[in-house]
Design a protein around this ligand. Structure first.
Ligand code: CO
Length: 198
């Protein structure tokens, strides 16, 4: 017997509740996926993509990593992006950061956290690129600003991938959006950094 039986129980209740509302839900969804949205977010357990935008299975193609970073040499993230854009033809790629992000916070200190510190170098770079903007701010303000600047940097990184550039060159309808989620009230904020052409 698994000591995670409660999760299987919850799964059964969830699937049963959906089937009660829509008996064909899983049958229809099993035939294809056609999401309009790709979500790149933080791995933080408090920031679940589908739930935040209140969308059911089948609507959001998701990639998550610590501090929602898009690195040009990260084959994992780039493969998800490429499949979303080239094969699924998503119309929107959302990069969503969040206030209170442990990854952002860790990048602002010199404490050692292990391997992840190497990953967070990318966030430290964002701080370094924008160092002058942080002058005179308290720690909380610095954190929030770095969360936002990190999202904007990733919007830029996504827009500069060959995947997105080629999609735009081919005339595809595709927008990149930068959002921040507030874990204190559940509300999303649009950073107005949408990019929709090369
Ligand atoms: Co986070």
């Amino acid at each position: 017997m698994s000591n995670l039986d409660h999760l299987f129980q919850r799964n059964l209740e969830w699937a049963t509740a959906i089937k009660e509302r829509d008996p064909e839900f899983f049958t229809n969804l099993s035939k294809q996926q056609a999401p309009d949205y790709m979500w790149i977010g933080c791995s933080d357990s408090r920031v679940p993509a589908n739930q935040i935008v209140n969308l059911p299975p089948g609507e959001v193609f998701v990639h998550r990593n610590i501090a929602n970073v898009v690195v040009h040499t990260d084959l994992n993230c780039l493969s998800v992006l490429q499949f979303a854009v080239d094969v699924l033809n998503v119309k929107h790629v959302v990069i969503c950061g969040h206030y209170g992000c442990g990854g952002i916070e860790a990048s602002m200190t010199d404490h050692e956290h292990g391997l992840v510190d190497n990953w967070l170098r990318h966030v430290k770079d964002v701080y370094r690129f924008n160092e002058d903007k942080f002058e005179g701010l308290d720690h909380h303000q610095k954190h929030n600003l770095l969360v936002e600047l990190n999202v904007k940097e990733q919007v830029r990184n996504i827009s500069n991938t060959t995947i997105v550039k080629n999609a735009w060159k081919a005339g595809k309808e595709l927008s990149i959006h930068g959002w921040v989620y507030n874990i204190e009230n559940g509300i999303l904020k649009d950073l107005d950094s949408v990019v929709s052409s090369a």
